[in-house]
Design a protein around this ligand. Sequence first.
Ligand SMILES: Nc1nc2c(ncn2[C@@H]2O[C@H](COP(=O)(O)OP(=O)(O)OP(=O)(O)O)[C@@H](O)[C@H]2O)c(=O)[nH]1
Length: 366
Amino acid sequence: MQTPQSMDLGAALDQSCSGLRDSHRRSLMRLLFMVTGAALLVFACLQILNGFGWVGLGEIGASTLLFLGAWRLRTTPHLQLWIYTYLLALFSFFLAIMLLPDASVTAFVWILMIPVLAYLLLGRRAGLLLSLPFMLAGAGIYWHYLGEAGSPAVLIDLLNLVLCAALTLTFVHVYEMRREEAERRLVDMAQTDALTGLANRSTFQATLHRTIAENDRSGAVFALVIMDIDHFKIINDNLGHDAGDLVLRSIGQQLRERLRSTDFVGRLGGEEFGLILRDVTPATAFELVDQLRQSIARRELDYGEARIRVTASFGIAHWPEHGRDAETLFCMADQGLYRGKRAGRNCVFGADTGKSIRPLLPDRAV
Ligand SMILES: Nc1nc2c(ncn2[C@@H]2O[C@H](COP(=O)(O)OP(=O)(O)OP(=O)(O)O)[C@@H](O)[C@H]2O)c(=O)[nH]1
C-alpha cells in the first residue's frame, strides 16, 4: 500500500531538498541579478573615473546582460541551469578580484558569502559541493596574498579567515539540515491523518485525481471503494472516545496490511475510509473488498474488560464505467455504501448494479 509520503510529498520535498521553493528561488535570483547589475554599474563608473575605460565598458555590458536576465528569469523553465551558471560565474568573479595585483583585503570577505548563496539556491548537498572548492581556493589565494608564509602574523590572519569561513559553512549546513527536516515534518503533517497514519482526505482526493489522469493515458482501470464502520457511535458512547480511536487505528492497520503495494488508502474523516484499487476487474474488486469486510468483522479487540468487534459497509465504483471524474466516482461509490447501510450493514455494494455480497457473519458492533 502506498503511503501519503510516497504519493504526494514528491514535488514539495524535492524542492525542499534543493534549498528554497522554486518560486522563492526565482524571486531571489531576480533580486540577485538586479542587485549585481546595479552594483556593476556603480563599479563601471568608478573604473571609468579611474581611467580603466575598457574595464568600465565591460562592466556596463555585463550589467546590461544581468538586467535582461532578471527579466528572462520570470518565466524560464531552466531555472536550475540559470542558478548554476550564475553561481559559477559569480564565484569565479570573486576569485578573480582576489587575484588582481592590487586586490584590496576586503575582496576576501566574499568567501563568506559563497556558502550562504550556494545553500540558499541549491540546497544542502549541491550547496556543499559547489561552495567547498571555491572557499578552499579563496583561502589559498588569501594565504598567497598575505605573503611571508609561516610567520605568526600571517598565520593569525589566515586562521581568522579560515575559522570564520568554516563556522559560516557549518552554521549554514546545520541550518539547512534542520530546515529540510522541519519542512519534511510539516508537509507530512499536512498530508497525513494523525490518528491512523494514513493519507488524509485531501491527499486521498489528490491521489484519486492523479490516478484518473494516469489511467486516462495508460488505459488501465481501477476501483474506488468507500468504507464506513457500522454503528461506530455506539462504541464511543458505550466505551468512550479512546476505544473508538483504538478501533480506527486497528482498522487503518488492517487496511494497510491487506492491500497491495500499488493500492492506496486514506481516512476520509470520522469513521470513513477510501481505497483506490489499481488494475482490478469489478469481480476481483468485489472479492478483495469482501475479504476485507470479513477480516474486519472477524477481528476482536481487547479494551480493558471489553472485547470490541466491528463490521463495516463498502461501496465500490469502477473507473471509467461509473464516472470519468473524481466527483462522479465518489458519488457513485457513496451511493453503493448507503445502499449497503440501508440493506442492513456489513456488506459490499457496487455503484449501480445493486449487486451485493451479503454478510457471512452476524451484524453486530460492540
Ligand atoms: N473515537 C473517535 N470517534 C470519532 C472520530 N471521528 C468521528 N467520530 C465519531 O464517529 C461517530 C460517527 O457516528 P455516525 O455518523 O452516527 O455513524 P455510525 O454510528 O457509524 O452509524 P452508521 O454509519 O449509520 O452505521 C460519531 O460518534 C463521531 O463522534 C475520531 O477521530 N475518534
